[in-house]
Design a protein around this ligand. Structure first.
Ligand code: GAR
Length: 228
């Protein structure tokens, strides 16, 4: 029988892709990790509260629409969040991805996008919410540190946890080294979490994270390594 080769072309139908809007405030390295992951996701826009955010130029260089909603132009959080929501909604995204977005959001804003908005934070939440997480982790003498992706609920760096990565804290490690190691893990887990979300493999149901087609983790991390 004569053999034949079936040639298949991978067709990416953009109209079927989930749409995300990414919010940033600065460097935008997590945003870039998401862009570099070439996920089957449409990046509708990148929005910043800081006009000088470096990540805006990165997005523009890739022809991604950008917008700035400068928080300093508003006298209260409610007004800022209202305009931010209007700007987000222009793109009709399925999900909102906070990638180093350093504004405290109102309860109303968090609830408006409940189950549709995720955040990354550079600590193993619920430890060390807020700022200076690496310095505080070192001061606390923790032996493991890391990063967390979570659904956003009202409050600061709080909400049902989707995925965490653990980084050992060797004795004597300095803050910059620790920050670099955690950031590398952020860049690994955030694109993965965005993929899960957009593929419907992770959902927020009645306030809890429900997984579908995601292998449960096993094993563990021990730091420092134990002598055998
Ligand atoms: C990241 O480390 C992110 O986890 C953190 O800001 C940094 C932004 O870096 N976010 C928070 O602290 C949120 N509470 P990036 O702009 O290079 O992605």
């Amino acid at each position: 029988m004569a053999g034949f080769t079936l040639l298949t072309t991978k067709i990416t139908d953009e109209s079927k892709m989930k749409k995300i809007v990414i919010l940033i405030s600065g460097r935008g390295s997590n945003m870039e990790a998401i862009l570099n992951a070439n996920l089957p996701v449409a990046i509708a826009a990148v929005i910043s509260n800081e006009p000088d955010a470096k990540g805006l130029a990165t997005a523009q260089a890739r022809n991604i629409p950008t917008a700035v909603v400068p928080h300093r132009a508003f006298t209260n959080r409610e007004d800022f969040d209202g305009v931010l929501a209007m700007e987000i909604n222009r793109y009709q995204p399925d999900f909102i991805v906070l990638a180093g977005f350093m504004r405290v959001l109102t309860e109303e804003f968090a609830e408006r996008y409940s189950g549709r908005m995720i955040n990354i934070h550079p600590s193993l939440l619920p430890s060390f919410p807020g700022l200076h997480t690496h310095q505080r982790a070192l001061e606390a003498g923790v032996r493991v540190h890391g990063c967390t992706v979570h659904f956003v609920t009202p409050g600061v760096d709080i909400g049902p946890i989707i995925v965490q990565a653990v980084v050992p804290v060797p004795a004597g490690v300095d803050e910059d080294t620790l920050a670099t190691r955690v950031l590398a893990e952020e860049h690994r887990i955030y694109p993965q979490a965005v993929r899960w979300l957009c593929e419907g493999r992770v959902q927020l149901v009645d306030g809890a994270v429900v997984y579908d087609r995601i292998a449960p983790a096993c094993g563990g991390v021990i730091s420092p390594a134990l002598d055998e």
